[in-house]
Design a binder for this molecule. Structure first.
Ligand code: OAD
Length: 237
């Protein structure tokens, strides 16, 4: 039981706020990435066509940051929940970092792609990102030059795994959103989808988000503290 409810299936959505205390910038906070860069100049297919060098530089730099940061207590608590909760825990993230995996999560649904992956537009395969890339890079699979792009979802593109996510949202007892501003759809709409199907909804955020009003509970504070407490409560039954 969790707040008087029987909980068997949990969907957890994470955003940049869960990785903030590991040292990765969020997008929309005061020192966020989109305060320094115009997303329309970086994170759209049109931007990539216009100025690929700028886009490669941005994603190479973000990928190169990953070995310099460590997962935090919030990533680790969610991994523990996935391992120890007797029901089902589906973890979907908008983050393109690898901190959930390095925090111990074996199953992570990366709806916005991953920094550690590249896509080849020529052979349409995804492959681990092994180095810095530029407009002259060869695809290690098909050998064709200049068709690699970051395996991340840009504005105007369809996120990955939407069919599975929709099914999970329709069937969950508890939906939790952690460290996300509720601005970018479709992820911002997940809470309404879960609510419509009768789920209890909990938000963890250090601020009020754009969709706070759709949550039954708001747990205000840093993810490292609030997620650890939430996981203890869920495992206590
Ligand atoms: P945002 O930068 O929009 O929001 C981060 C949220 O995390 C804010 O609501 C903060 O209040 C909260 N936050 C920051 N630090 C926190 C902490 N220590 N503990 C708890 N909460 C904290 O990031 P996202 O919502 O993830 O997409 O952004 C969604 C998408 O917009 C991203 O996946 C990316 C971006 O454009 C694409 O690039 C397509």
């Amino acid at each position: 039981m969790f707040h008087g409810r029987f909980i068997n299936r949990i969907v957890i959505l994470t955003g940049a706020g869960i990785s903030a205390e590991s040292g990765l910038s969020t997008f929309r906070d005061a020192d966020g990435l989109w305060e320094k860069h115009d997303p329309m100049e970086i994170a759209t297919p049109e931007a990539f066509a216009r100025d690929p060098a700028l886009v490669y530089r941005f994603y190479n730099a973000r990928r190169n940051q990953l070995p310099q940061v460590e997962p935090n207590d919030a990533h680790r608590a969610l991994a523990r929940l996935q391992q120890e909760f007797p029901g089902d825990v589906f973890l979907v993230t908008q983050n393109v970092d690898d901190l959930h995996e390095r925090g111990g999560s074996a199953e992570v649904c990366h709806m916005h792609g991953e920094l550690n992956s590249m896509l080849c537009a020529a052979c349409e395969s995804a492959m681990p990102a092994a180095a810095d890339y530029d407009a002259d890079s060869d695809c290690p699979g098909c050998g064709i030059r200049g068709r690699l792009r970051p395996d991340v979802v840009w504005f105007g593109e369809m996120p990955y795994h939407m069919e599975e996510i929709e099914l999970r949202l329709m069937d969950c007892d508890l939906f939790v959103a952690i460290g996300t501003s509720g601005v970018v759809y479709p992820a911002a709409g997940f809470v309404q989808r879960a609510l419509a199907h009768g789920a209890l909804t909990v938000e963890v955020n250090k601020e009020v988000s754009d969709v706070t009003g759709f949550f039954h509970q708001q747990r205000k504070g840093p993810a490292t503290r609030e997620v650890a407490v939430l996981v203890e409560e869920l495992l206590a039954g």
